[in-house]
Design a binder for this molecule. Structure first.
Ligand code: GLC
Length: 489
């Protein structure tokens, strides 16, 4: 089943989508209540970031039980109801799967008999490894005097995937959710799963300059993207099979990223391509990225594009509100499965977080995880209580639904156009023009896209009939400032 080739994935941050329980934090019943909106919008699948029991040090990515639902989000029965309701509406459900680490409160970590399920070293740290979030990646346990490795927070000890018992237990987690009817998984921190068994020092990064994150001061050659990780990718895929989708979080250069499709296509269906997030907003740079990616894809591999997620600044803040409309066109007309981050369809920008409101201090992630805006009632219809993060300013779904010029209306039109167009959904990609702030490309035989990445008018480098524009009116002779168009050629 390859529904995901034509499908669009919508990422939901459950804490921030809809609160049904009146505690200021979103939950599963809230998501269920909003499924009809997602059907109306026209997406095909929802990916939920972790909803498992967790002390929430890393908001669910620190899990204490991979096969349960955190009570703050609901129950397993609520989850089953969510899957049933979603399926009834034709929506697929993708779960976040967090195999690299657990919470330090997980019973496995607290069980002395499971010491070898984690990465312990007697005494002081054996090497110079640094946490992705900064600081040493080794934490000394005062009771035993030993140190354990954590790629992320110290409250997130890494599992030892070289231990067959860990593999068995964690692959069993996939089976548990498959039996409950999920349609796929987004595998967290895929490239980190195995580390050098000799625990050698990572070498300094010659490209490091002060001001870059501390993690970038070393090249993580012994802690990430080891060749052996591909065996784990294949083992997960063998469990996930062909009838469900395997998405993998992989921040890596394109040539390394595409390896996660696996030998003979036995890896992830979609190793997440996050390069649009870091590429300069420039016609030549984007065209070069797309061409490099297209050229690197192995035989039979299906591309994908991500414009934003719960870890990175929102697109509307990166490129500004006018260009965010152009970005919507880009995301939904490139070849491959798009992942759309909740709220981007409203044009939500990063929300300023006052120091006393911060819950993830020092990480700049609170600003991109703020509550969804539904209507003009207090707290934008997200909650009746004080929301866990501020809602911010800006029109919500209710107002934007009524306005044909809104960002929401644009996204909905684009999603419908894409769904009805074989060219946009499956046609080949060819750059037509990448110069002077304008990017134009053909999709399939009869469709083209032209994007003005500047705030000045530009000649339209393609002739054809305009089927959709980010703007209204216009005569089709020029691209107006910040205008993007889809044309029939
Ligand atoms: C991934 C998640 C991020 C989390 C980290 C550790 O990068 O997207 O939110 O903090 O993994 O699990």
């Amino acid at each position: 089943m390859t529904w995901w080739r034509r499908g669009v994935i919508y990422e939901i941050y459950p804490r921030s989508f809809q609160d049904s329980g009146g505690d200021g934090v979103g939950d599963l019943r809230g998501i269920v209540a909003r499924l009809p909106y997602l059907r109306w919008l026209g997406v095909d699948a929802i990916w939920l970031t972790p909803v498992y029991p967790s002390p929430q040090r890393d908001f669910g990515y620190d899990t204490t039980d991979h096969t349960a639902i955190d009570p703050r989000f609901g129950s397993l029965a609520d989850f089953d109801a969510l899957v049933a309701q979603a399926h009834g509406l034709g929506l697929r459900v993708i779960l976040d799967y967090v195999p690299n680490h657990t919470s330090d409160q997980h019973p496995w970590f607290r069980d002395a008999a499971k010491r070898d399920w984690y990465l312990w070293h007697p005494g002081d740290p054996p090497n110079n490894w640094i946490s992705v979030f900064g600081g040493p990646a080794w934490e000394r346990d005062p009771d035993s005097g030993q140190s354990y490795y954590h790629a992320y927070l110290r409250e997130q000890p890494d599992l030892n995937w070289r231990n067959p018992a860990v593999r068995e237990a964690m692959l069993g987690v996939l089976e548990f959710w498959i039996a409950r009817g999920v349609d796929g998984f987004r595998v967290d921190a895929m490239r980190q799963l195995l580390k050098d068994p000799l625990w050698r020092d990572n070498p300094p990064n010659p490209g490091y300059v002060p001001g870059m994150p501390e993690y970038d001061s070393l090249l993580p050659v012994h802690t990430a993207d080891l060749d052996e990780v591909q065996e784990v990718v294949a083992a997960m895929r063998a469990v996930i099979g062909d009838d469900r989708l395997m998405v993998a979080e992989v921040y890596a250069p394109i040539e390394r990223l595409v390896r996660y499709y696996g030998e003979g296509g036995h890896g992830a269906h979609l190793p997440l391509n996050m390069h649009l997030i870091s590429t300069p907003w420039d016609a030549e740079a984007i065209a070069a990225l797309v061409e490099r990616y297209e050229a690197a894809l192995p035989e039979g591999a299906w591309p994908n594009w991500v414009l934003g997620n719960h870890d990175r600044p929102r697109i509307a803040s990166r490129v500004g509100p006018a260009q965010a409309r152009v970005a919507a066109l880009l995301l939904l007309t490139l070849r491959g499965t798009p992942t759309l981050y909740y709220g981007d369809e409203l044009g939500i920008a990063d929300v300023p977080i006052a120091p006393h409101q911060a819950v993830d201090p020092g990480m700049a992630r609170d600003a991109v995880r703020t509550p969804m805006r539904w209507d003009a009632t207090p707290h934008a219809g997200f909650t009746t209580a004080e929301p866990w993060l501020p809602v911010g300013e800006g029109q919500g779904v209710a107002a934007q639904r009524e306005d044909p010029r809104s960002m929401l209306a644009l996204y909905r039109r684009l999603l419908a156009l894409r769904r009805g167009s074989d060219d946009l959904a499956e046609g080949g990609y060819r750059t037509l023009h990448a110069d002077d702030g304008v990017l134009a490309y053909a999709r399939g035989e009869r469709t083209a896209v032209a994007l003005n990445l500047t705030g000045e008018p530009r000649p339209l480098p393609v002739t054809g009939g305009i089927v959709l524009s980010t703007h209204s009116g216009g005569d089709g002779a020029v691209l107006r400032a910040d205008e993007g168009v889809v044309l029939t050629i």
